[in-house]
Write a protein of this length. Structure first.
Length: 274
């Protein structure tokens, strides 16, 4: 099929309309019978096709002893179509926003018997855990605390491991992290913590942590547990948005923080872990 005809079909014309307009573009002013013959369009349909093109703005009538037709400048007609579609899109977008607002009001007013547990969320797949972690870091305003427990990411480029935390530091968020020593991969572990130390993360290092945990400000905690029942998903993450729990866990974090090594102290003793 002619390349021009394919393009015309792609913007909304049917096959016969595309053929007729293509003939007018190449042949100039033409009669209906000429367009029918050149474009191989059934004679019985040609006038309906041309009338449709006129309605859509693609061609116009040239009056004379024999009615003829000519193509409208493609730039003019396509600009008109673009403007019309943009207008339709804006109207549809406004309608969608209105619908979303109405649905949201209904959603927020629902009498859900489980609403008392809305502050507890469970994540069982790695992508969902990563996305939730990034969301928590992104929404953190003041202080972000973490228990970092192996297994860690295995990337050889530490700068690619956790850009979310680095971005948070740049926004002025205070990042305090306690790392459990990864004895079986010490070089990568040291590269990891040095990278975040350089990014102004506050770091402590310890031999053992009870679990992986993230605390954002004093209202959100995310902790990861080993899932012994599901062989497909080795870990389950629980997110709880409740200040009672986070305040208690911040006290636990502070206890580990005080008894853990600084980076300098760890580097002085690293031979003990090799």
């Amino acid at each position: 099929m002619d390349h021009t005809i394919n393009k015309l079909i792609s913007i909304g014309l049917n096959l016969y309309e595309a053929k007729a307009y293509s003939v007018l573009l190449k042949s100039g002013i033409s009669s209906a019978s000429q367009i029918s013959k050149i474009g191989k369009i059934p004679q019985g349909r040609i006038y309906n096709i041309l009338e449709s093109l006129i309605q859509k703005g693609f061609c116009s009538i040239v009056q004379g002893s024999v009615k003829k037709f000519k193509a409208v400048d493609p730039k003019v007609v396509l600009d008109s179509i673009i403007q019309e579609r943009r207008k339709n899109f804006e109207e549809q977008e406004k309608n969608m926003l209105d619908v979303a607002e109405q649905l949201n009001k209904e959603f927020e007013s629902q009498d859900d018997i489980y609403s008392t547990l809305d502050y507890i969320h469970i994540y069982t797949t790695r992508p969902s855990m990563i996305n939730k972690f990034k969301e928590i870091v992104h929404n953190c305003k003041e202080t972000h605390r973490t228990f970092n427990k192996p297994p860690f990411a295995t990337s050889s480029d530490p700068s690619a491991l956790s850009p979310s935390a680095v971005d948070a530091i740049k926004r002025g968020v205070r990042i305090k992290s306690i790392y459990e020593i990864q004895k079986n991969n010490l070089d990568s572990f040291i590269a990891w913590i040095k990278h975040f130390d350089k990014a102004k993360e506050e770091i402590r290092i310890t031999e053992k942590l009870p679990l992986k945990m993230v605390i954002a400000d004093n209202n959100v905690v995310m902790f990861t547990l080993h899932n012994k029942m599901d062989k497909k998903n080795n870990f389950t993450s629980v997110v709880i948005e409740h200040s009672d729990l986070t305040n208690a866990l911040i006290e636990l974090f502070d206890i580990y923080w005080e008894k853990s090594m600084t980076l300098e102290e760890f580097l002085e003793r690293k031979a003990l872990y090799q």
